[in-house]
Ligand binder design. Sequence first.
Ligand code: UD1
Length: 316
Amino acid sequence: MHYAITGGAGFIGSHIAHRLLTEGHTVAVIDNLLTGQRSNLDVLAAVGGDRFAFHEVSITDADALKAAFKGAEVVYHQAALPSVPRSVADPLETHHHCATGTLTVLDVARQTGVRRVVYAGSSSAYGDQPGDFKREDMTPRPISPYGVAKLTGEMYCRVFTETYGLETVTLRYFNVFGPRQDPNSPYAAVIPLFIRAMLRGESPTLNGDGTQSRDFTYIDNVVHGNLLAASAPEASGQVMNLATGGRISLLDLVDKLNALLGTDIPPQFGPPRSGDIQHSRAAIDRARDLLDFSPIVSFDDGLARTVAWLRAGDGV
Ligand code: UD1
């Protein structure tokens, strides 16, 4: 089968592309390399050979997308400008890539005969809703421009299903981590940042008191959910969490990393971050019902694999 993957040079997109190429499919990657990495493309080219094509274009360029989506049955729309603090610093830029970009992807998909778009939604859509678990029937109440932009994208998905009959599935990711997640960006995610600091013997900096918690989700679980979402018949037009249902505080994270690294490095404490959510943990029954999804790699195993990857690489 032929797939198109926006953001395929990035962390999550390149993992999905890798898996599809390994299974013998053909894959077109669309990426403007704003946050994507050429090294990820090299890996894909080595695995896919002539079943892999790369289009260095922006998802906001409709004409270029038309060429790139040609013949694709399913589009995995992973391109975004991640990071809550980046969106606080420049909300228009985040909106452009996340909201306008998603609208463009959907509009081109419906014109080029794509059957289904699987959209990378975000747990940031919920905001700081009270309760232990974020459930899809909660009213979304994002508290950052990033959360608004990602939520806007999923609303466009639903409307394109209802209005144009384009199949869409929104998977709300919860703090995905794993190999190939870049620790070097000023907007890097907390796990690669903390591993890199602690491998250097430095204290990681907690924003606030470190009691905030996340349902950190290892990348293999996300790839697994995406593959199921391409074909699950009941999933079209739906929004669902894609996570493990776990709760790890940042203080727990530092403890676990010290145990894995055989160190005893204390964290340091900085000011709380604007737009930060205190607790984010997913109910995953809807993905279980609609996709037959259940996590395949635990947090602890995923963390060990991520440490091993960063330790072996030269990014640290
Ligand atoms: C949010 C989304 C996540 C999405 C990501 C995209 C939520 C709950 N999650 O992640 O699904 O993939 O945006 O960018 O909205 N922190 C520190 N020290 C640091 C760096 C971070 O303490 O040096 C803290 C942050 O303040 C936050 C936690 O670690 O409390 C996680 O931060 P980060 O990895 O940036 O992700 P989120 O903003 O939670």
